[in-house]
Design a protein around this ligand. Structure first.
Ligand code: NDP
Length: 445
């Protein structure tokens, strides 16, 4: 890392102790930015990096609610409004027991660059709670969401901060959150949340967007080597929103997706995953991946273990951060891997990224490859602002256009900075320069 940047990075780490994922995300971005500061000394003079690493606002709040047994439950809520240089804060809400400030800050930090890469007018933010939705009834989920919004509503708005979903927050939760926002404010403010239902202000393609976008990005990477998804053997981690839609899109492009996972284990289905059955189990019945085995012959379910033990030519990590380490990366490379598209945020550890890059694997980092979700959220905001709703075909066409544009910008930036094919460098520099220019133009704030 450039010595000037290393000193700033060390200060950031020291004043944010214990926030391991945030440290990791900051370090990874700083490692790319040395050459930019050679060309743009004004970024150092303007203390852009110091400002960028300090969120504009961090909100932490109590979320009290009652469970079905009538017991009182207390969770912690977060919203980190990281950077508004390019537009209102935009980024999802995560409900998962592992959530803490460091995780929300890593996600919010990544979101700044991702949103800049989309070319849409959106800043970066993220939020969530350590609430565990697993095993909770609909009524419990609703009461939790209502309590969460009872504090959050005063911090958000269509021109201020526009949350969406993430792990543990899908259409059902966005519905309960929107209902409570409307009730408290007495405003039907469609643009305050994205990921809404189609009949009440949502956008077609939003549920599919992150998974579809990841595959579109990976397809563009494959094309640079004269390849495509057609005929590839694909392994996907996770079996939530991003994973299911990545599987669907990869198979639509002619790949065979042979494995996917949840936090309890993974399935191997050599014939190709039956997406309709997977959707039924995960989205309709809210069941576990293990249920898939019982309903499809010749499928093996492996409890625990790592889905990355299954060999693949394309790997799409779509579950969570740091789920693919250096050993798993080395195993995938030995088994014939060509490309990795990160559907999740920071799923590959720094060791894993190094293994992929040294082996010359096409590697699409999450902040570029999974930008399709927030892109389509911004398209939802456009439709809300114009009180319009677009067809599936038109919205998917816009998504595809934007994902191809992100790919091309990352590739062109990597070329410009003398490291062709390095999408990590391309994404970090491409996103950073856009935000840094806007921050300088807006003065010291
Ligand atoms: P979901 O809640 O729909 O699904 C998450 C999936 O990942 C589940 O299969 C879950 O398994 C698994 N998972 C979650 N945590 C862990 C863990 N600690 N260890 C192992 N498996 C785990 O979330 P999404 O699909 O929406 O999000 C997945 C990833 O994509 C996240 O990194 C998110 O930040 C990122 N992302 C999501 C976007 C979106 O639009 N939704 C946009 C951009 C990025 P289990 O059910 O067993 O917990």
């Amino acid at each position: 890392m450039d010595a000037r940047l290393e000193a700033i990075r060390d200060t950031v780490l020291a004043r944010n102790p214990g926030e391991g994922e945030f440290h990791q995300a900051v370090t990874e971005v700083f490692e790319s930015l040395g050459p930019v500061h050679d060309r743009h000394p004004e970024f150092l003079e303007g203390a852009v990096l110091e400002r960028l690493c300090e969120p504009e606002r961090q909100i932490i709040f109590r979320v009290p609610w009652t469970d079905d047994a009538g017991s009182f439950q207390i969770n912690r809520g977060f919203r980190v409004e990281f950077n508004s240089a390019l537009g209102p804060y935009k980024g999802g809400l995560r409900f998962h027991p592992s959530v803490n400030l460091g995780i929300i800050k890593f996600l919010g930090f990544e979101q700044i660059f991702k949103n800049a890469l989309t070319g849409m007018p959106i800043g970066g933010g993220k939020g969530g709670s350590d609430f565990d939705p697993r095993g909770r009834s609909d009524a419990e989920i609703m009461r939790f969401c209502q309590s969460f919004m009872t504090e959050l509503y005063r911090h958000i708005g269509e021109y201020t901060d526009v949350p969406a979903g993430d792990i543990g927050v899908g259409g059902r939760e966005i519905g309960y959150l929107f209902g409570q926002y409307k009730r408290i404010t007495n405003r039907y403010e469609s643009g305050v949340l994205t990921g809404k239902g189609i009949s009440w202000g949502g956008s077609l393609v939003r549920p599919e967007a992150t998974g579809f976008g990841t595959v579109i990005f990976a397809e563009e990477m494959l094309k640079t080597r004269g390849q495509s998804f057609d005929g590839q053997r694909v392994v996907v981690s996770g079996s939530g929103n991003v994973a299911i839609n990545a599987i669907a899109k990869a198979q639509a492009l002619g790949a065979t997706v042979v494995a996917c996972s949840d936090s309890s284990g993974y399935i191997v289905d050599e014939a190709g995953i039956d997406v309709a059955l997977l959707r039924q189990i995960k989205e309709v019945e809210r069941g576990r991946l293990k249920d898939y085995e019982a309903r499809r012959p010749a499928v093996s379910y492996v409890a625990g273990g790592s889905v990355w033990d299954v060999d693949a030519t394309v790997a799409l990590p779509c579950a969570t951060q740091n789920e693919l380490d250096g050993d798993a990366a080395a195993r995938l490379v030995r088994n014939g891997l060509l490309a990795v598209g990160e559907g999740a945020n920071m799923p590959s550890t720094r060791d894993a990224v190094a293994v992929f890059q040294e082996a010359g694997i096409l590697f699409g980092p999450g902040k570029a490859a999974n930008a399709g979700g927030v892109t389509t959220s911004a398209l939802e905001m456009q439709q809300n602002a114009s009180r319009d709703s677009w067809s599936f075909a038109h919205t998917e066409e816009r998504l595809t256009e934007i994902m191809v544009g992100i790919h091309d910008r990352c590739a062109a930036t990597a070329d410009e900075y003398g490291d062709p094919g390095n999408y990590v460098l391309g994404a970090n520099i491409g996103g950073f320069v856009k935000v840094a220019d806007a921050m300088l133009a807006q003065g010291l704030i």
